[in-house]
Design a protein around this ligand. Structure first.
Ligand code: SAH
Length: 396
């Protein structure tokens, strides 16, 4: 096995169990390794620290599989890690009943570069690192064994694969498509999941708890759901008793599924829902000009800042939509506002929302911070900024 020698003083983050080894920490590779091969990681003084997947094309030169320098990285290793991740979720009562569940959350489950989401009897995997790409068979085999699923679809079409020198890959890797369209129930609301063409792995599981909170808040509140995708928040708002729900998204295909999702749920009032295919930035302005007001506004935009380099531009975009959202709220109205940008951490996001409140001329209180559910754990060594963050705000 090749050895990856670190520069003096560059072992600190590894000792704190952060699994990424950046190019700037590497002295040299001793021996030969192909992308995805396992290498022994050594401190500058030669002390073994970890075993990692070598990724020569990425700025993250290696991602740690194990901080035990003796542990073998083989089929049995992936079986153990996958089984452990699935077992952790089974141990949390809230998660046991979920038909849509994240089984593997990358670094936080000790499997950097791997996401696996389960929708009923179907598992969707996303491999975004040279290491997971190399071990794909072991990973898929371990997932089948741990879940007993009927089929596995690969959605490795994320742009981040390019950073690792990998081409996009999508398709069935175990079993084949079911004749019936895939559906899950989320707290009694049925939703279609398009694992082939949908965003990410097909659905935004990270917003499950917040959609549930929307349901609790929606009774009697006229609701505006911006960036609605397939209608997750909208349907929960209707289930919670919202007198009207206006939903906006720029994606026609997402809105088509949203409408179909509503019809899948005969218990929900179709006549209280309005869907608009539009750009949220323009539509928020138009709503203000039309003098529309709402009691509950949801802003769940796509990632405006994938990394810190985009933070300034992203901050302007977040500020703009939040200013408009505050202006559209009735007295005592609620705003649920989110960011999933790695480049904007939770304190920065709070500051942006605070500036938006001032610019909108509203007095605003933060009632709660909002985050992802327990199937999206965050490793202590990781910055919380990498993940979903949100605020529930109330205006005077
Ligand atoms: N809240 C959703 C997930 C939102 S994902 C859920 O709970 O499932 C972000 C959505 O924003 C996507 O559906 C995308 O089509 C939409 N989008 C991106 N840019 C947009 C824009 N400028 N205007 C309107 N919608 C946009």
């Amino acid at each position: 096995m090749a050895q990856l020698l670190l520069l003096p003083g560059k072992d600190r983050s590894l000792i704190l169990h952060h699994p990424w080894i950046f190019a700037g920490a590497v002295d040299r590779l001793i021996g030969r390794a192909r992308p995805g091969d396992t290498v022994d990681v050594l401190a500058a003084n030669g002390r073994p620290l970890a075993r990692a997947a070598w990724s020569p094309q990425s700025k993250i030169r290696a991602r740690v599989w194990t901080f035990d320098p003796e542990e073998g990285v083989d089929d049995a290793f992936f079986k153990r890690r996958v089984q452990a991740a699935v077992g952790r979720r089974r141990a949390i009562p809230d998660l046991r009943e979920q038909e849509g569940l994240r089984l593997i959350h990358g670094e936080s489950d000790g499997l950097p570069g791997l996401v696996a989401d389960c929708y009923g009897d179907t598992v969707v995997v996303q491999l975004t690192s040279a290491g997971t790409d190399k071990w794909r068979q072991a990973i898929v085999g371990a997932l089948c064994k741990a879940t007993g699923c009927a089929r596995v679809y690969e959605r490795s079409d994320s742009h981040v694969r390019r950073l690792e020198g990998l081409d996009p890959v999508s398709g069935w890797v175990f079993g084949s498509a079911s004749a019936k369209a895939l559906q899950i129930a989320e707290y009694g609301v049925h939703m279609k999941v398009d694992v082939v063409n949908g965003h990410k792995t097909g659905f935004y599981l990270d917003q499950r708890d917040n959609r549930q909170l929307t349901r609790q808040l929606a009774a009697g509140r006229t609701t505006l759901n911006c960036f609605c995708y397939t209608g997750g928040f909208s349907l929960q708002a209707l289930a919670g008793g919202a007198p009207s729900v206006l939903s906006i998204d720029s994606s026609g295909p997402a809105l088509t599924i949203a409408r179909e999702n509503l019809l899948l749920n005969p218990q929900l009032p179709v006549d209280r829902a309005e869907w608009r295919e539009a750009d949220v930035f323009a539509e928020l302005r138009a709503l203000k000009e039309d003098d529309r007001r709402f009691d509950l506004v949801i802003l769940d935009p796509p990632k405006f800042a994938p990394s810190a380099a985009h933070a300034a531009r992203a901050a302007r975009a977040y500020r703009d939509i939040n200013v408009f959202a505050f202006r559209l709220l009735n007295p005592a109205g609620l705003l649920m506002t989110y960011s999933c940008s790695g480049g904007v951490d939770s304190d920065f996001f709070r500051q942006i929302v605070g500036e938006a409140a001032l610019a909108a001329g509203r007095e605003v209180r933060v009632l709660r911070r909002l985050s992802a559910p327990a199937d999206h754990p965050v490793a202590l060594s990781f910055s919380e900024g990498e993940y979903l963050k949100g605020l529930l705000c109330q205006v005077d």
